[in-house]
Design a protein around this ligand. Structure first.
Ligand code: Z5A
Length: 220
């Protein structure tokens, strides 16, 4: 998608971070804030957001019995992403809307690249096949020590999925990966995920206002 296809006002914002950092909570708070500001938006998650994406999500996030090579995991996630781009992201940006996503390609670099150990250049190449080169305007990485994310998730009482079951060292590697990616990739900012959901929401609003002053009010 070239910039010419995007209408003024469109923005693609992605929340990222390790398991349990609070992305889903923050997407909901942001979506309510966008509504209050009268900003037309689509909020969605990955893998998912389309019928094929949700079907793939149920395979990728099955229990440990759905064992698969890291390459299969990568291909499944990217198969979902190609549909997500065609059916969700591009149409919304062409209509001048805001897209707010719970995870996107930075997750693939962090989990399949750094976490699973796949070659980073190959992962990057595969991502660009799925996305046609489309990148978000901003990634906000919610940063939290892996142990604290795990603790938050325990309160939900759900059985760990295949990726969550990969263990503490995997979670630590994913956190470090996000910090490394934030330091080396353009358009990636780190936000502390500590404190109450409202504390984190205020930090995120302040970042958005600073980054996109034409869209978000500076008094947040
Ligand atoms: N994955 C991948 O490997 N590669 C890719 O390219 C993509 C994804 C796109 C997606 O599942 C999985 O797919 C994910 C990576 C992989 N790994 N796994 N498993 P997901 O997005 O559903 O997974 P998740 O990150 O584990 O989601 P989560 O558990 O829902 O975490 P979260 O969205 O970051 O947090 P939350 O649901 O908002 O909050 C978790 C709990 O903490 C909940 O009880 C909240 O009420 C509580 N919470 C939230 N904020 C706070 C604060 N501030 N304080 C205290 N408690 C809080």
């Amino acid at each position: 998608m070239s910039d010419a296809d995007r209408r003024d006002g469109s923005l693609f914002i992605v929340l990222e971070g390790g398991d349990g950092a609070g992305k889903t909570t923050q997407v909901a708070l942001l979506s309510a804030w966008f509504d209050a500001l009268g900003l037309a938006h689509v909020s969605t998650r990955e893998p998912g957001g389309t019928p094929v994406g949700e079907a793939i999500r149920s395979i990728v996030l099955a229990g440990p019995e759905m064992d698969m090579p890291a390459e299969s995991e990568l291909m499944l996630i990217l198969a979902a992403r190609a549909a997500f781009i065609r059916d969700v992201v591009r149409p919304a940006l062409e209509d001048g809307h805001l897209v707010l996503a719970d995870r996107f390609s930075l997750s693939t670099m962090a989990y399949q690249g750094y976490g699973r150990g796949l070659d980073l250049d190959q992962v990057r190449e595969a991502i660009s096949i799925a996305t046609g080169g489309l990148s978000p305007d901003l990634y906000l990485v919610l940063d939290l020590p892996a142990a604290e994310g795990e603790e938050r998730q325990k309160h939900d009482g759900a059985e760990p999925d295949r990726i969550e079951a990969a263990g503490r060292s995997f979670r630590d590697a994913v956190r470090e990966a996000y910090l490394e990616l934030a330091a080396s990739e353009p358009g990636v900012e780190v936000v502390s995920a500590r404190g109450t959901p409202e504390d984190v929401h205020s930090r995120i609003k302040a970042r958005l206002a600073a980054r996109f002053p034409g869209t978000f009010p500076d008094r947040v």
